[in-house]
Design a binder for this molecule. Sequence first.
Ligand SMILES: Nc1nc2c(ncn2[C@@H]2O[C@H](COP(=O)(O)OP(=O)(O)OP(=O)(O)O)[C@@H](O)[C@H]2O)c(=O)[nH]1
Length: 425
Amino acid sequence: MNDLIKLLQNLYDQTGQNLTADINHVYGAGGGLSLLLVLVLFLLFRKSPTKKLETPEQIKDQPTFKDEVEQVSAEIEAKQSADEVEKDALAKEESPKEEPTPVAEEKVEEKVVEISWRDRLRKGLSRSSSEVWGKIGAIFTGKGLDDDTLEEVEELLYGADIGPTIAVELIEGLEEEAKKDGFGEKEFKKYLKTFLDSKMNGVQATVDSDLYKFNEANRGKTKVIMVVGVNGAGKTTTIGKLATKLTAQGAKVVVGACDTFRAAAVDQLEVWCQRAGAQMIRAKEGANPSGVGYDALQTAINEGADYCILDTAGRLHTKGNLMEELKKSRDVLKKLDDSAPHQTLLVIDAITGQNALRQAEEFNNTLGLSGLIFTKCDGSSKAGSAIGIVDKLKVPIAYIGVGEQVEDLNIFNLSEYLDALLDLE
Ligand SMILES: Nc1nc2c(ncn2[C@@H]2O[C@H](COP(=O)(O)OP(=O)(O)OP(=O)(O)O)[C@@H](O)[C@H]2O)c(=O)[nH]1
């Protein structure tokens, strides 16, 4: 106690207080210190209150210091990654919007089955080939012809739609040929090809090549093609295909929709022209067919088009007034170009058979045809009718159609046609 009194007196002296330390001062200082200690402890306990643990489970579950450290670390990590996400998002917002990376176009393996023209033609003429020419050929067995089989051949040839004149000539020749030893089906077909070729090739050589191939040297010299035929022969479809073939070669094409009777025909033509990239001129209100033809040619000349193709309304060759109207439509073109039309093409549906000759004769008498287009050879066994018309009228076949696609129309090649018709390799 004396030591404490001394310690207190020293403290008074050093701090310059004029006091005398005694036992009461020691008790007072001790009480003050105790109070200070209690206060410190109270504050400490209030800052980190401890939970009152009641059950053994609670005690067991009470997080240890290690747990707390791990939890705090996890919280810090979570906070850091949240900050990073937020930072990234902010950076993205601030940076100019990135264009989405174009997804590489998936290459769809499209199996485009390319069918050659030769195959299309053979397929198209297969009915004529098997139902007509195959049957006739099968009669020739290499053992000559007796009267009965000759009669059978005659009958089939007359029904082959090649026309009676050619049929008679053929039979006369065949009577002689069939006497030769070993004159079988193969020989018959070869003989037939030579015969038909000799009948047609002179006429076929007169087709104007401008119909097939656009000649750059003729750029801007509008070639006028007038397309005529009976209803539904395939005029509009053929014009669509033809326009497509010419524009594909770089030619500028104007098409005149001169069918003022059937609005659907004009709409159908418009679809073809849009696809082909050709300009179509349609009738102004109340216009007549000659007027549309005139307008179309005027446009074609003004715009330096290479071709002006005129689609006329279908008409029966037996209707005199309608045939006269066609003549008027043709003549009005001469006011703009006295050499127009440069081509007048008759579209013939192969199904027509022998009646096609009558049609062709009437149209030829009225307009003077420069070419024929045989359509729908795929749906008929009468594709042979083309032969009789060429021989009789001396008008060549310019194109042949064997289906509804653009690829189904092609230049008429005599040798190819006869090979397909007679099923020769
Ligand atoms: N199978 C087949 N169908 C064809 C061919 N050519 C045209 N057609 C179809 O024949 C139908 C008549 O063809 P269009 O072109 O409208 O005939 P159009 O002569 O213009 O007819 P109109 O305007 O009524 O005189 C259409 O359904 C064509 O798709 C062909 O070569 N083969």
